[in-house]
Design a protein around this ligand. Structure first.
Ligand code: AQP
Length: 347
């Protein structure tokens, strides 16, 4: 292991995850789930995870966590993830994540972690000293989630870009320190019209499942009435919509609604403005509500159906975990060997 290892080729493999830290939002759907399904349907090997160990970096009621984990699994399935073509499981059932996570805690530098903006955002206005050590170390565990499968691509929303860049730094440092080519430099895949869906109450804040204001987000389980009401009350300005995206400059809330429309319709903001330019929000918001309901209602109906059989969801997750473990374990054993850990039990 001392000489520089020959360059390795890493087959294209996708990994991504979502935290069961509450119900799914439209942001999670457009920024993540919808795109996961597109990747799966392009035939790319895909591993999708319910990152329950990340969720507990902030307090979670155990019963709610169990429910949110199953509901998130239902959300993946209802959105179109096929548990045969993709691997779908919850993180805590594959212990290789935690094991590699510890090794990466020893690779990542404090200076790198101090620059993570999500930690700063999540502790803003609170006593950071009272945050869990897990919340601080979260990006190193996320690097392990990705690299324990040698994933080459991670579809994420804009907010996770910095964490994927840290994953690259950790991979590069590990490869360099041990003079090996063990991990790929994973690429964040941030694409589409809605890589950062904003709060309906404040166009400068990300739509988030843990925002205390339910009016700030559309939940995947909201009914048609709730969706229409939330969009009707969404903060906007009094001006009509412009004819081109350049006219959205300085109009964060208007831009957000146009982006949401474009992502839901599978079109571009330019096309949306070609159709709605010059019209006011009194016309645009009801059209957006109809579109959102037509996309989300079948998914939420399917989620409710799946949630009637939690044992079947648990069975699917266990099967997914077995398949994930079969990929992760040999990679982890290689890492232990590189690091110099004696593994006598392996015979
Ligand atoms: N508002 C968003 N716009 C676009 N993408 C988003 N994602 C989340 N919010 C938006 C993407 O969804 C995936 C899963 O995110 P997560 O649940 O692991 O954590 P998060 O990014 O911290 O999402 P939340 O909803 O804000 O959760 P809480 O409130 O628990 O922190 C990621 O790909 C993310 O980019």
């Amino acid at each position: 292991m001392n000489a520089a290892a020959p360059a390795r080729t890493y087959p294209t493999r996708i990994f991504s995850g979502i935290q069961p830290s509450g119900g799914l939002t439209l942001g999670n759907y457009l920024g993540a789930l919808k795109r996961f399904v597109e990747k799966q349907n392009e035939g790319i090997e895909s591993i999708y995870c319910i990152v329950d160990m990340h969720a507990i970096t902030v307090w979670q009621d155990p019963e709610r966590l169990r429910h949110a984990t199953r509901e998130l699994a239902a959300g993946y399935l209802a959105s179109g993830i096929d548990p045969e073509r993709s691997i779908l499981f919850n993180q805590s059932q594959v212990s290789a994540h935690a094991e590699l996570g510890w090794i990466f805690n020893c690779v990542a530098r404090l200076g790198w972690m101090n620059r993570m903006t999500q930690f700063k955002d999540k502790t803003a206005g609170k006593n950071a000293e009272n945050s869990s050590l897990g919340l601080y170390a979260y990006p190193a565990l996320m690097a392990a989630d990705i690299l324990v499968y040698r994933a080459t691509h991670v579809p994420v929303g804009e907010d996770q870009k910095q964490h994927v860049e840290l994953t690259r730094d950790i991979a590069a440092k590990f490869n360099h320190d041990f003079k090996v080519d063990c991990f790929p430099l994973t690429i964040p895949v941030i694409e589409g019209a809605a890589t950062r869906v904003m709060s309906l109450r404040d166009g400068t804040k990300k739509m988030s499942k843990s925002d205390p204001s339910d009016a700030s987000r559309i939940n995947m389980t909201d009914d048609a009435d709730a969706i229409a009401k939330k969009l009707k009350r969404a903060v906007t300005d009094p001006e009509p919509l412009p004819d081109t995206p350049e006219g959205l400059e300085g109009r964060a809330e208007a831009r957000n609604l146009v982006n949401i429309y474009a992502a839901l319709a599978g079109t571009t903001p330019s096309q949306v403005l070609a159709d709605f330019g010059g019209k006011g929000f009194g016309v645009f918001k009801p059209a957006l509500a109809d579109l959102a309901v037509s996309v989300l209602s079948p998914i939420s109906a399917e989620m409710s159906r799946l949630m009637q059989d939690p044992a079947e969801i648990d069975r699917l997750l266990a099967r997914g975990a077995e398949r994930a473990d079969a990929i992760a374990r040999p990679i982890l054993e290689e890492v232990f060997d590189i690091v110099g850990m004696v593994r006598s039990r392996r015979g």
